[in-house]
Unconditional design. Structure first.
Length: 154
C-alpha cells in the first residue's frame, strides 16, 4: 500500500469521525430545541389559563358560577353567558394542551397535570352541558377525546 493510499484511508476515517461528531451535535441541538419548544408550550398554557382566572375576581361571576355548578338550569341571561364563556375558554386551554401534547410540543408530565384537572371539571354536570352545546367549535380529535371522557370511556 502506497503512502498516498494510506493518506486517503486516513482522510476517509477522519471524515467519517467528523460526520459522526456532527450528527451527534445536531442530535443534541434538536433535543435542546425540542425542550425549548415544550417549555414555551407549557408557558403558553399557563398564560391562557391565568387570563381566564380574571373571572374569579368578580364576586358576581363567582356567585353565578357556584350556582351553575349546583344546578345549571337555574342560570339565565348574563350569568349563563359568563358561565358558558368561562367554561368554553377553559375548553380552549384544554384543547391547546391536547394538541400540543399530540404534536410533542408539551411535556407529558405537564399534560398529565392539565388533563387530570380538566377531567375533574368535566365530571361536573354543568361543564358537560356546556360541552354538549359548544363542542362543534373544537377540532374533531379533541371532540372525540372530550366525548370519551364524558361517556366515561377515557
Amino acid at each position: 500500500m502506497s503512502r498516498f493510499d494510506r493518506a486517503v484511508q486516513l482522510a476517509e476515517i477522519v471524515g467519517a469521525v467528523a460526520v459522526v461528531v456532527s450528527l451527534l451535535y445536531v442530535g443534541l441541538q434538536i433535543r435542546q430545541n425540542t425542550r425549548a419548544i415544550q417549555d414555551t408550550s407549557d408557558q403558553n398554557s399557563l398564560t391562557l389559563a391565568h387570563s381566564i382566572d380574571a373571572y374569579l375576581f368578580d364576586d358576581e361571576f363567582v356567585t353565578d358560577y357556584e350556582s351553575g355548578l349546583k344546578d345549571y338550569s337555574t342560570l339565565a341571561g348574563s350569568g349563563k353567558r359568563r358561565f358558558d364563556t368561562f367554561v368554553s375558554q377553559n375548553f380552549n386551554v384544554w384543547e391547546y394542551a391536547f394538541n400540543a401534547r399530540n404534536r410533542g410540543t408539551m411535556q407529558e408530565e405537564s399534560w398529565s397535570g392539565w388533563d387530570r384537572w380538566f377531567r375533574s371539571q368535566m365530571a361536573q354536570d354543568a361543564w358537560q352541558e356546556v360541552w354538549r352545546q359548544r363542542r362543534s367549535g373544537y377540532s374533531d380529535g379533541f371532540q372525540r377525546y372530550a366525548d370519551s371522557i364524558v361517556a366515561g370511556e377515557g
